[in-house]
Ligand binder design. Sequence first.
Ligand SMILES: C[S@@+](CC[C@H](N)C(=O)[O-])C[C@H]1O[C@@H](n2cnc3c(N)ncnc32)[C@H](O)[C@@H]1O
Length: 343
Amino acid sequence: MTAVTPLVHPHSAIGDFTIRDVIEGQTAGQLIVAADDWGWWTTLLGGNTIAPTTGIQHTVAEGLVRAGFLVRRGHRYQLTHTGHDVGKNRGFVRVAVRGWEPTFRQLSDSPHREYIPAATEPGEVARGCTDIARRRPEIFEAIGHAIATGEPGCTIDLGCADAGRVTALAGIAERERFLGVDIEDGVIAAATAELDARGLGERITLLAGSVQPEPTPPAWLAEVDRDTVTTAMSFFLLHQLASDGDGIAAVLRGWMDWFPNLRRLVIGDGYLLEAPSWTQQPWFSPTYEIYHAVTGVRLWTRHEYEQAFADLGWIVRRRLEDHTMLVTTILELPRLSGPSADG
Ligand SMILES: C[S@@+](CC[C@H](N)C(=O)[O-])C[C@H]1O[C@@H](n2cnc3c(N)ncnc32)[C@H](O)[C@@H]1O
């Protein structure tokens, strides 16, 4: 039986939540995602107002008003300052509310287990991550500019999800070809159909399969002209592959073996930021940390990433920080590190 712990004063520690925060926060998250599925945030962030037409839409709009995200002007609604912030960050909300819900749900039946397997809604995680990426267009600009510098080649995105990143980069680095690989074949099939419909199927190829380096190469690699790949990118996946495998450097070494002419790496990931209480970390960091702790997937510190990069001879050309813990690093091998490669 669980020991009874003494009640502590409700405001004794920084980071206490009220019951109101817990319940209304959950509802607000659901409303934010629904409004996103209706395209409201895109409209509102574009500087326009929205006009609900059905009872359901009115209820959601009023809920968003009560939460402080919208303000009513006659029949229409517009963003508040907080609403602008929420809309920009709706990808984080989608990942936490919809994408990771199946994992957190398993906790109820798993008190005796050390870890539970990550059980995600892959389409929701993919869309949420792409929205997270899109909120900082200047990071895309920097990556696209680096890729477009010098001879065109082929850029591979390892763990590409719905191909949101390669699609955005294809618009910037117009002479580059792109490959994307992801283990979720349903997500890859849907993204391929979308690319074909948009006429991008010629420049962007998507393949389903694992990008975890193993003793036997994955089947998808046989479909790739490996010598042509000059840039390898991976976002929000390396921490997991490194945990399942033999650390960060081992994964990167595997990719370098697959693609012998690699001259640029672009690695984005969530770093481990340690702080004793919830509110001492930037928002989303505690949730990110807890999600990974329950699934047994390790998070790694900035020092651990940078040590691995250095051990393999990679030089950091740009470090682009977003949300404190989300860091994208553009790396090159020394032969490209002269002034001309800097762009
Ligand atoms: C957190 S999401 C990041 C998605 C995307 N890279 C982004 O940042 O927008 C992780 C992605 O890695 C994919 N994934 C997980 N394990 C994989 C593996 N072993 N090989 C390839 N993809 C994998 C998941 O399906 C998911 O799309």
